[in-house]
Design a protein. Structure first.
Length: 188
């Protein structure tokens, strides 16, 4: 068990940092060391701060090893992506030819860099690059793109459809308009 003998100045510094630190983890670590310096046992400190005894011991060891600066230091492991050097290259590739699915993006990244990502890792990578998932839908029918198509449609209306409709008005013929929809097992 580590014992702490701190001066009044060290206790004051800990007390100030306990209230001024923006990070709640740092405030909790300062409280742990402060209580230990005041003579509280580790199990009681763990109960007060609602952490386990190992966390109490680690905070005290950090303070003993590096003082207040060592206690305040947050050195969590932050892994870097293998694709970080290729970010700009992939960004320009995706701007030229956007992937239509995440699986397509995985294949494009693999072809470009040789790194094969899992589905969730690729989604995270694409979001970090600023890309968003877009839903697409179909536009019903084809739009009339040029004058030739419009003329063909007008000819069909005038020469084929209109005579049939006229015969239907006279009672000589039945004209039915049928929708080509069918049942689909799913929600749209």
């Amino acid at each position: 068990m580590v014992t702490l003998k701190l001066s009044e100045k060290q206790l004051d510094d800990l007390y100030k940092e306990m209230f001024l630190a923006a990070n709640p983890r740092i405030r909790k670590k300062c409280l742990i060391v402060y209580l230990r310096a005041k003579g509280r046992p580790c199990h009681e400190i763990a109960d007060i701060t609602r952490v386990d005894k190992d966390t109490v011991t680690n905070a005290i060891k950090k303070y003993v090893g590096g003082g207040l600066a060592g206690l305040l230091k947050e050195n969590y492991r932050r892994p870097k992506s293998q694709l970080e050097p290729c970010n700009e290259q992939l960004r320009t590739l995706f701007q030229k030819q956007p992937p239509y699915t995440v699986n397509h993006a995985i294949e494009m990244i693999f072809e470009e860099t040789g790194v094969r990502l899992k589905l969730s890792a690729c989604q995270t990578f694409l979001k970090k690059m600023g890309m968003k998932c877009r839903r697409y839908g179909l536009v019903p029918g084809k739009a009339m793109e040029d004058e030739k198509q419009r003329q063909a449609q007008q000819v069909f209306h005038d020469q084929k459809l209109q005579p049939l409709l006229d015969e239907a008005k006279q009672g000589k013929r039945s004209v039915l308009f049928v929708n080509a929809a069918h049942f689909v097992m799913g929600a749209f």
